[in-house]
Write a protein that binds this ligand. Structure first.
Ligand code: NAG
Ligand code: NAG
Ligand code: NAG
Ligand code: NAG
Ligand code: NAG
Ligand code: NAG
Length: 374
């Protein structure tokens, strides 16, 4: 550990690297880093910023019951607010089975119960469903009807996190936009499981036991966010979608990334690959030299060299590797007035690098750097 030596390169070119040797400055920097650099500069996001319960503005759906006679049918275990006739609230009430769903419903909330099965035909009377929340239950794959979701032509969001699923639910309706399956025990994603989901935008699969994902992302032309963190992957998924912006793969066993892997996704902004088994031998020389990437987390791997990155990269996390040299050529191949790195945060602590290994031309290349921790 080399926590003791921290240095800051001020935003201006030419600031001496030896300027912050004072103990008091160091103390301040420690505090600063503790509050800042231990968390990311970005947060994973995709959601339409809609709350988990849809808000219906007064005046819109309010008018609905007045315009036409609406069925008041409501399962006795649940609440059906009169001013929001398309929502069924059955959450957090120790239910052990799924109540029947009246046909007018668009939004149904069954989360945080003890439901173990979703029987075949459970939603057959409610073909206009758009959101189904079933997270925080004990649903097993054996007790999930094979085609329960298939016919829901309007289904956009399906929440199944924190259940006991061992398999991907399949088939899924092509209308799906968000699929939430984190915290289950899914072991593999069959190649056709996500077939035809042309509107799928966000896929949450973290905290499962997935070791095989094959070419599941083929044809997912709207996919923006994929979270496969905390799984058992040894390989990166084949063929990323070109629409992808956020890729979360931390806490897996990935040891190699194919040549040009990220080139097919020219919109990629954030990549997290911390806590894997990457070595420099498992990477090609320009794997991460892709101009769209703004934030790259490669911390806690087995890298011995700083991989080459694009001059557009802003945040690079490399702490907890075995890096033993500070190669400025990883950031800049040419250094002059016009050519320099946009890097702002560089974490190199917990490596085998000495502070005096920082080459003298570092401030010239890394002239935007606000935090460099060694
Ligand atoms: C519907 O009415 C309930 C009380 O009757 C109120 O708490 C709730 O905010 C109303 N919902 C909307 C969307 O206006
Ligand atoms: C669907 O509606 C029919 C007629 O109202 C009813 O008999 C049947 O039980 C309903 N099925 C489900 C799964 O709710
Ligand atoms: C679901 O998993 C939990 C935690 O592992 C376990 O306690 C529970 O018995 C399981 N439920 C079913 C229905 O398998
Ligand atoms: C995908 O979304 C578009 C735009 O919202 C919609 O018109 C189209 O029907 C959706 N596709 C499917 C298969 O639902
Ligand atoms: C990154 O790739 C570009 C060409 O796309 C090349 O000009 C540049 O030198 C590479 N960066 C590094 C640090 O090797
Ligand atoms: C490698 C690189 O980015 N070179 C650029 C340096 O800046 C000049 C403009 O001054 C560009 O033409 C080069 O492409």
């Amino acid at each position: 550990m080399h926590w003791a030596s921290i240095l800051i390169v001020a935003g201006l070119c030419g600031v001496s690297l030896g300027q912050y040797e004072d103990e008091e400055d160091m103390y301040w920097l420690h505090q600063y880093l503790r509050s800042q650099a231990l968390s990311y500069n970005y947060m994973p996001y995709y959601e339409d910023e809609a709350p988990p319960y849809p808000y219906v503005s007064p005046g819109s759906s309010f008018a609905e019951p007045i315009l036409e006679p609406v069925s008041r049918e409501c399962p006795q275990e649940c609440d059906c607010p009169p001013n929001f006739s398309t929502a069924l609230y059955c959450d957090s009430r120790n239910l052990r089975y799924l109540p029947f769903v009246p046909s007018r419903m668009k939004y149904v909330y069954f989360q945080n119960n003890q439901i173990t099965s979703v029987q075949e035909g459970a939603f057959d009377n409610a073909t206009t469903l758009e959101w189904i929340a079933l997270h925080g239950n004990q649903i097993t794959s054996e007790k999930m009807g094979k085609r329960v979701f298939a016919r829901l032509k309007n289904l956009e969001r399906l929440y199944l996190d924190n259940n006991n699923l061992t398999k991907m639910p399949s088939p899924l309706p092509r209308s799906l936009r968000e699929l939430h399956l984190a915290y289950n025990q899914i072991t593999r994603i069959p190649s056709n499981a996500l077939e035809g989901l042309e509107n799928l935008t966000a896929l949450y699969l973290s905290h499962n036991q997935i070791h095989d994902i094959g070419a599941s992302f083929k044809g997912l032309k709207s996919l923006i966010l994929v979270d496969l963190s905390y799984n058992h992957l040894r390989k990166v998924p084949d063929g990323l979608p070109s629409s992808l912006e956020q890729l979360y793969l931390e806490h897996n066993y990935i040891y190699t990334i194919p040549d040009e892997y990220f080139k097919v996704s020219p919109k990629l902004l954030y990549i997290r690959l911390s806590h894997n088994s990457l070595t420099n031998d498992g990477l090609s020389s320009n794997t991460f030299n892709t101009s769209s990437i703004l934030e790259l987390d490669l911390s806690y791997n087995r890298l011995q060299k700083i991989p080459r990155v694009s001059t557009n990269l802003e945040n690079l996390y490399l702490q907890g590797n075995q890096i033993n040299e500070f190669s400025i050529s990883s950031f800049c191949t040419v250094i002059d007035v016009m050519n320099f790195s946009k890097l702002q945060v560089l974490r190199l602590d917990g490596n085998e690098i000495q502070r005096n290994a920082v080459p003298p031309d570092a401030p010239l290349c890394l002239r935007r750097a606000a935090v460099i921790e060694i």
